[in-house]
Design a protein around this ligand. Structure first.
Ligand code: NAP
Length: 308
């Protein structure tokens, strides 16, 4: 039997991916979502989302992800739980090679998101889960009554420091500059929290550990002086790395590795679209990811109409 050719394959089941699936399936396109683990992507790791409209009490990211999946499946979108190993986006039809077999489609939406960036320190990988963490909402509860270091100065670091201040005894925020990049909404609560200390103009240069983390070495960038901060855990909140390994060499990327695509979400090959955090854009949020998902299907419908 000939292989089925989908109208659209979506790689990644976060908010951008499942919104594309909802719009595509609802428009009558045969739609497959390939997702590695479970719906929601990075959003599923967020304990409380207050800036997605329609939830007056906020909503947890895992629940929202599941609801987005169910909403798309209601119109016939199919989810395949598989790891994508490679893609051929220039072929006709386009091919998505996965751990569960090969899938074919006329259009492909890349919705692979972005993963936490690492500090790149010796032993960082080995100590992950043994004191080194990348998700305060996931792992913060282990540090009840303990001392933790948060590295970074953006919205993630600010949100993580506040969340951890409600659990840990002491939180030390280490930032490489003397001001936060985080939006103003975080500044006052951070300054008011009794148990958050700041180490400005400082960077973590080493992890101290035997079998698990016991502290970090911090270097003052102005004086060059190094000091040891004993702690039970470190949360690395220094931004994210786009998940574009699969499409390198096939799609144009910007200097930071994000897929180059404008508001139409069209990537550099016909019939390929980039949505959510993986796309070049100004603001990476759930609302902007879902908007991308809708726009991608609009662009894909125009492309499919020309193919026929
Ligand atoms: P981000 O805004 O890119 O901030 C990264 C922070 O880490 C910056 O302060 C940066 O320092 C620092 N940094 C980067 N590399 C470093 C290194 N090697 N060593 C030490 N520090 C390093 O990343 P983010 O906070 O993860 O946010 C990502 C996106 O998600 C943003 O668009 C953000 O607005 C969004 N977000 C929004 C919310 C919210 O609205 N509630 C919450 C979380 C995330 P410099 O300041 O010196 O560059």
């Amino acid at each position: 039997m000939a292989n089925k050719i989908y109208d659209m394959i979506i790689i990644g089941g976060g908010p951008g991916g499942y919104t594309a699936a909802l719009y595509a399936a609802r428009a009558g396109l045969s739609t497959l979502v390939v997702e590695k683990l479970s719906a929601g992507g990075q959003m599923a790791l967020t304990e409380q989302i207050d800036n997605y409209p329609g939830f007056e009490q906020g909503v947890d990211g895992f629940t929202l992800g599941e609801r987005m999946q169910q909403g798309a499946e209601r119109f016939g979108a199919v989810t395949e739980l598989a790891e994508v190993l490679a893609v051929d986006l220039a072929a006709s039809p386009k091919v998505v090679y996965t751990s569960e077999g090969d899938f074919y489609a006329r259009t492909v939406v890349i919705a692979t998101g972005a993963n936490p960036r690492h500090l790149g320190l010796p032993r960082e990988q080995e100590l992950t889960g043994r004191g080194v963490n990348y998700c305060a909402a996931c792992d913060g509860m282990q540090y009840r009554g303990k001392t933790v270091v948060v590295v970074g100065g953006g919205n993630s670091a600010a949100a993580d420091a506040l969340l951890l201040s409600r659990v840990a005894e002491k939180v030390i925020l280490v930032h490489r500059r003397d001001t936060l990049r985080a939006t103003k909404v975080y500044h006052q609560p951070l300054m008011k929290a009794q148990n958050i200390e700041f180490r400005w103009n400082s960077e973590v240069v080493a992890l101290q550990a035997e079998s698990k983390l016991t502290g970090v070495t911090v270097k003052d960038r102005l004086t060059g002086e190094e000091s040891l901060l004993p702690c039970d855990g470190v949360f690395v909140s220094v931004g994210r790395q786009p998940a574009t390994e699969l499409v390198k060499g096939q799609l144009q990327l910007d200097d930071a590795g994000y897929i180059l695509a404008d508001e139409t979400t069209r990537a550099s090959l016909p019939g390929v679209y980039a949505v959510g955090d993986v796309r070049t854009k100004q603001l990476r949020q759930v609302v902007t990811a879902v908007a991308d998902g809708a726009v991608a299907v609009h662009s894909a419908e125009e492309y499919l109409a020309e193919l026929n």
